[in-house]
Write a protein that binds this ligand. Structure first.
Ligand SMILES: Nc1ncnc2c1ncn2[C@@H]1O[C@H](COP(=O)(O)OP(=O)(O)OP(=O)(O)O)[C@@H](O)[C@H]1O
Ligand SMILES: [Mg+2]
Length: 437
């Protein structure tokens, strides 16, 4: 009997070890996916279309020898660099020896002279030539023209990538952009200029002579929708198939449970709120990574609580924390100010706010505070920077008459009222029903 028990316990232990190993392996794999850019292989729909268009345009340049220029525009973290890098990699694989890439960044190459120098430097490296450090802008431009022509003769395409394109466009004379685009007009060159920018009006910054040489071809990268993100998460949770039966069972289980979690209303709402603050592919990948870091190795499965912690970690909200422990009177004043702003009262001061607050007292459901007391609470709000004086005018005036403004949003006030345990119900109603007098 003892022997049988021992064997069963050993088998149980072995099973537990296998399960723990599967959790570890799955976590390591998912983290690697998220950190090493494997999310990139699962491009969101808009990025996929842009990838196809960019690949087509550059392939045309390589095959037909017609120069082109293009702008990739979209908010930060929306996959512009990701798509561009993928396309360049694919081209270099498909057409080895026929593509040369020169990369510049408006932040790094702070003026056109140093940008031109960098072009010459990268070209020298690519073609194993000696780089002359002391060459002037004109000399480097001449060198660039010669190299581009030589490349075109051997059917080699030069691709110039200008990241933070708008910064190049904000320089006086825009000489780098002018010379590059002018070079592309020539029939003896085979080149492409790809500008990348998070400014939607980047092409509007171009001077007339530069704009006339630009192709006006723009690829717009849209921020992902919540549905896009959920489908990305879904695909990321798909673990690879393996011979081991433990792993097989675990990976199927993991995917199934993750899908259930992703369909929960609370998780959808949380991701929605998270994305309403800042939408970018990168941020959503960060959110999932943080959620996975919170995963309990014992359970081995993702849960809504982990998303909640991840979102709270990624979006620290100091104002919300302050709001949860301000006094009831301070909350009343904030709501009074909120109501004034909702009614589009252009300018208000403490006296106006106190008058609005007095309306709440008429309901006889709140404690009554004197004006002196309210003024003290008002000062407290100023100290905590939940409100500020609108401008420095009336600096010498009494506190009560200086115009003020709120530094907390409607969303923060709502959350603050929700989280503050001493907040009376009437105050929440007063906030939501602007018609309650
Ligand atoms: N469309 C997408 N599909 C999959 N992952 C994405 C997507 N967009 C962004 N990401 C993730 O965000 C990371 C950062 O994206 P990327 O660097 O391409 O943004 P960007 O648009 O170039 O931003 P910036 O304007 O700041 O340079 C990517 O490495 C990837 O992990
Ligand atoms: Mg980028």
């Amino acid at each position: 009997m003892d022997l049988i028990d021992e064997a069963a316990a050993a088998e149980h232990r072995q099973q537990e070890d296998c399960e723990a190993a599967a959790v570890d392996a799955a976590l390591a794999l998912l983290r690697r996916r998220l950190l090493c850019g494997s999310a990139a292989t699962l491009l969101l729909p808009n990025s996929q279309t842009n990838r196809r268009k960019l690949l087509e345009a550059l392939t045309n340049t390589i095959i037909q020898g017609c120069s082109t220029s293009m702008l990739l525009i979209g908010p930060r973290g929306c996959g512009k660099s990701l798509v561009l890098d993928q396309v360049l990699e694919a081209l270099q694989k498909s057409y080895p020896e026929r593509v040369s890439v020169v990369r510049l960044n408006g932040l790094l190459h702070a003026n056109d002279r140093c940008a031109m120098k960098e072009i010459a430097k990268q070209m020298c490296m690519e073609h194993a030539l000696t780089f002359s450090k002391g060459a002037s802008f004109e000399e480097n431009l001449h060198f660039l023209t010669c190299v581009v022509r030589e490349c075109a003769r051997s059917h080699r395409t030069m691709i110039f990538v200008l990241d933070e394109f708008d910064l190049f466009a904000q320089r006086s004379k825009q000489s780098l952009l002018y010379n590059l685009l002018d070079l592309m007009q020539s029939s003896s060159s085979q080149a492409a200029l790809i500008g990348v920018s998070s400014r939607l009006d980047a092409d509007q910054l171009l001077e007339k002579r530069v704009r006339s040489r630009f192709s006006h071809c723009k690829l717009l990268f849209l921020p992902p929708s919540t549905d896009d993100i959920f489908s990305l998460y879904d695909r990321l949770f798909l673990l690879p198939v393996n011979q081991c039966s433990h792993w097989q069972k675990f990976s199927e289980d993991f995917k199934e449970k993750a899908s259930v979690v992703l369909q929960q209303g609370s998780v959808k709402q949380l991701v929605d709120e998270f994305m309403s603050m800042e939408v970018s592919g990168q941020r959503c990948v960060d959110l999932l990574f943080r959620a996975l870091c919170e995963l309990n190795p014992q359970s081995g499965h993702i849960s809504p609580a982990q998303f909640k912690v991840a979102s709270a970690n990624l979006t620290p909200q100091p104002k919300l924390e302050i709001l949860t422990d301000v006094s009831v009177l301070e909350l009343c004043l904030l709501v009074a100010m909120y109501r004034l702003e909702a009614r589009e009262v252009e300018s208000y001061n403490f006296n106006t706010v106190f008058k609005e607050y007095k309306r709440l007292e008429e309901h006889n459901t709140c404690d009554v505070y004197s004006k002196q007391c309210a003024l003290r609470a008002f000062e407290h709000l100023l100290e905590r920077e939940l409100i500020v004086f609108k401008d420095s005018s009336g600096l010498g005036n009494m506190l009560e008459v200086r115009p003020i403004k709120l530094l907390v949003s409607r969303h923060e006030i709502d959350k603050g009222l929700e989280g503050n345990i001493s907040c009376p119900t009437i105050l929440r109603q007063w906030r939501t029903h602007e018609t309650i007098k």
